[in-house]
Design a protein. Structure first.
Length: 122
């Protein structure tokens, strides 16, 4: 997932592939970047979801205790609620799905290389 201070923007989002909506995209964003907290603007920019949509979805995720709202002096930031059982299940699903994508991609790359080698040998 995240290494050090890197924020990840991925295109092959596990939950979004199934549900194909902005809520899934935001959930994927938080799961992939679970060691950080973000403002609504940052969530919008990095996840590529319109700000108004983020502002509409975030309260729902806070209410369901999927993300936590942290109020600082001048702004609000949000982070994944790592202690939620639902988040744990979503996290496990996302990791398993991404591992499956990687495995399938590796197999496809291997097959492509074998085909190329066969063409060269022939």
């Amino acid at each position: 997932m995240s290494k050090g201070n890197e924020i990840y923007k991925i295109k092959n989002r596990p939950l979004e592939r199934i549900f194909q909506n902005n809520i899934a995209r935001i959930l994927d964003f938080f799961i992939i970047n679970q060691n950080f907290n973000f403002s609504s603007t940052e969530i919008s920019e990095i996840s590529e979801v319109p700000l108004r949509t983020v502002q509409r979805i975030i309260p729902q995720l806070v209410e369901k205790e999927i993300i936590n709202e942290i109020k600082t002096n001048k702004r609000r930031v949000y982070e994944l609620n790592k202690y939620s059982e639902l988040v744990e299940i979503l996290n496990h699903y996302s990791i398993s799905t991404m591992n499956s994508f990687i495995k399938n991609s590796s197999i496809q790359d291997k097959n492509k290389n074998e085909i190329l080698l066969n063409r060269i040998v022939e």
